[in-house]
Design a binder for this molecule. Structure first.
Ligand code: 4AD
Ligand code: MG
Length: 542
């Protein structure tokens, strides 16, 4: 960890921290903040008594030989062999990216019907596990006319209408095309891999914070305060008539919308962040986190923005900005380690289909300290880079490339700047801290220079900003002054200011954009492909 000599002031001194390390070793207490990543146990049997296909691929799979079991799933391919003596079904139940091969013998009563089925049909198959003579797999499920064995066709798939393809054809299907069939795309290998990784990242998040003494707080989605002060919020109202009724809105004498009759009797919105609400709980329970959906009505068509996304927001009392950085770096590494250990097959598939070098990229993130530098240092690096390289940032976005080359202290870094720092200069995740107060939110702690706030952003290769956080302003006067300066409606923040009146404490937290974490872990380049039903301008189907 970076020593405090370079930083403003630490809440708990380095000496105290060192003495803690000694104490822990004396008491034989492990450092619980290190990124251990447990293996998730798999229940091989479902509630309905079928065996999950993933269980058949576990290390000692030969133990299944001669056992009679039931599998359920969808066919990835069906083909006959041995002069129509038998038929192979490649079955997938979504528990693994790998398909399990069933072999149906000619004597099975519905053999002819089974042969007519194809990709997408659903089956329940009871058979015996046998050693497979084929080279592709070591065991397979064999169904013959032994009493009790069967190959039930649960649902045929209307071939010709089914939009998904198989084999080489499937590889040609663009992720963009799959967005039009969000209801069927989880049946593709790529989306099912992403889904299993997304699931494990959510699970890892809870393990991480729960193991470290954080309480999970459910913060509201409907709110009357704007956390980020950016004004890009979706309004929640019952004042509007239904689509086929004529508009009739009551107005005040000044001609403004009269909210008296609205559901909450005032304007309300979908939250952009659970932070303000979670801070109240942090200032009572010390370490807390919220993990829920957040909404932003900014019209951005980038590959990293959604109108509805999930955010993890831890909040720690008695913690400064440097503790915040430590937590962010540690948590990110824990999640990636968890996926490396629990999603091996998925990552191997994505490595082949999506990003060469994916697994190594993740390992490099885990094994190296993130680079920490101040905003001022970051600007200096960018200034020098632009002066040395006449072409830098030119290609990134044609219309605004001159603007991108205009580097000055006080500017809000754009994504190409952030990516340049993390991808080109440092080639690893970067934590930028102490930003000019003008470009950051009202609640961030003012540093002693009066110009910067104790904010920190974590930037990662391929994505740019993945975490945004800060130490919070715990001083009542300074915070109310800032709310005034920004001409925000101070009345709405009375409860937030109360925290600073009644036993205020230094506290810090951050928000991690969950979909950006899924992008980082999978190599998928568009955020619309890592959430089941993406919401973005003009798109709210399914
Ligand atoms: O930097 P942001 O705006 O920070 C906050 O909302 C703070 N209240 C968090 C806190 O301190 N508790 O957003 C946090 C993260 C970003 O770093 C980014 O990863 C993600 O949320 N994010 C988005 N992800 C997808 N689509 C969008 N439109 C996003 N906007 C932010
Ligand atoms: Mg941010």
């Amino acid at each position: 960890m970076e020593k405090s000599s370079k930083v403003e002031s630490r809440l708990v001194s380095d000496e105290e921290r060192e003495s803690l390390e000694k104490l822990l070793s004396e008491l034989h207490i492990e450092d619980k903040n290190s990124p251990d990543a447990p293996i998730k146990p798999l229940r091989s049997i479902s509630f309905s008594g079928r065996i999950r296909i993933a269980a058949l691929f576990e290390d000692d799979h030969e133990k299944w030989i001669d056992k009679t079991i039931t599998l359920g799933g969808w066919a990835k391919s069906i083909r006959t062999g041995g002069n129509k003596e038998f038929c192979f079904i490649d079955l997938n139940d979504g528990s693994s990216v790998r398909n399990f091969q069933a072999i149906i013998m000619k004597e099975v009563s519905n053999f002819e019907e089974v042969c007519k089925e194809g990709i997408g049909s659903s089956f329940l198959i009871r058979g015996k596990i046998v050693k497979s003579p084929g080279g592709k797999q070591s065991i397979e499920l064999r169904v013959d006319n032994t009493p009790g064995l069967y190959c039930k066709i649960l649902g045929s798939c209307k071939l010709g209408e089914y939009p998904l393809m198989t084999g080489k054809e499937a590889k040609k299907m663009k992720l963009e095309t799959l967005r039009d069939i969000c209801h069927l795309r989880p049946r593709t290998n790529i989306i099912s891999c992403v889904t299993r990784i997304r699931n494990n990242l959510a699970y890892a998040t809870h393990i991480y914070f729960q193991n470290r003494g954080f309480q999970y707080i459910h913060t509201p989605l409907i709110t009357s305060s704007d956390c980020e002060g950016a004004g890009s919020m979706f309004q929640v109202t019952t004042l509007f008539p239904s689509p086929n009724e004529k508009v009739s809105l009551k107005t005040t004498p000044e001609g403004l919308v009269d909210y008296k009759d609205d559901f909450f009797s005032k304007p309300t919105y979908l939250t952009v962040s659970g932070q303000l609400a979670v801070e109240n709980y942090a200032c009572a329970l010390s370490d807390v986190y919220t993990f829920g959906p957040t909404f932003r009505a900014e019209v951005s068509h980038t590959s990293r923005h959604l109108a509805e996304f999930w955010m993890i927001e831890p909040e720690m009392c008695f913690a400064d900005i440097y503790d915040d950085m430590e937590c962010g770096e540690n948590y990110l590494k824990f999640c990636l380690k968890y996926v490396l250990e629990n999603n091996k097959a998925d990552l191997e598939f994505l490595e082949k289909q999506v990003e060469k070098g994916l697994i190594q990229r993740l390992k490099t993130v885990i094994d190296n300290d993130f680079k920490r530098l101040s905003y001022t240092e970051a600007i200096d690096i960018l200034k020098e880079a632009v002066s040395k390289n006449k072409k830098l940032f030119i290609e990134d976005s044609k219309e605004s490339s001159q603007e991108l080359r205009n580097i000055y202290w006080g500017m809000d870094m754009a994504s190409p700047h952030e990516r340049y720092l993390t991808e080109t200069v440092f080639k690893k995740p970067v934590i930028v801290y102490n930003y000019p107060k003008e470009i950051k939110s009202f609640y961030m702690k003012l540093n002693s220079d009066g110009k910067t706030v104790a904010a920190m952003d974590i930037l990662v290769p391929k994505i740019g900003e993945i975490i945004g956080g800060s130490q919070r302003e715990e001083n009542y006067e300074l915070l109310s002054k800032r709310i005034d300066e920004l001409k925000m409606d101070i009345k709405g923040y009375w409860w937030y200011l109360d925290l600073r009146k009644f036993g205020t404490v230094p506290h810090s937290g951050f928000g991690l954009g969950f979909e950006r974490l899924v992008m980082m872990a999978t190599g998928i380049e568009n955020i619309r492909d890592v959430i089941p039903y993406p919401r973005y301008p003009g798109h709210a189907d399914f």
